[in-house]
Design a protein around this ligand. Structure first.
Ligand SMILES: [Zn+2]
Length: 132
């Protein structure tokens, strides 16, 4: 889809701190994080609503999400990693993976500042290093 930021990242038209990529799913650091180490798991097909994904891609996307959450637990050492699927901001399915530290609560708000892309790339490398 022409105007979709996630499709542009998929097609390498926009730079992003990618953590993981295969033929169906990509994972990148959220450019506007609320939590340190926050990532987005995104099926490559342009689909707006998660429950419209075909079953295979739906399952695969959640499988990648679990792997990313486990790697995030090791890399960022949160109290717990939590999930948000909401998707009103960008109409392309994305599962937000949120590592919450002690005293933090889950919010679907978007971070107030754009994170430094080089910092995000370092975090991406750290999480990627823990992927199984
Ligand atoms: Zn898209």
């Amino acid at each position: 889809m022409a105007d979709c930021v996630f499709c542009k990242i998929r097609d390498n038209e926009i730079d992003a701190a990618k953590v993981y990529e295969d033929e169906d799913v990509m994972v990148m650091m959220d450019a506007f994080p609320v939590y340190k180490g926050q990532t987005l798991v995104i099926p490559k097909s342009h689909v707006d609503y998660i429950f419209d994904l075909d079953d295979g891609l739906y399952q695969k996307t959640w499988g990648v999400t679990k792997r990313i959450a486990k790697a995030t637990d090791k890399a960022v050492k949160p109290r717990r990693t939590c999930i948000i699927v909401e998707g009103f901001g960008v109409p392309h399915v994305h599962i937000r993976v949120n590592p919450l530290q002690q005293g933090q609560y889950l919010t679907a708000q978007i971070g107030s500042e754009k994170a430094d892309v080089n910092e995000l790339k370092k975090l991406a490398e750290k999480i990627r290093g823990e992927l199984e």
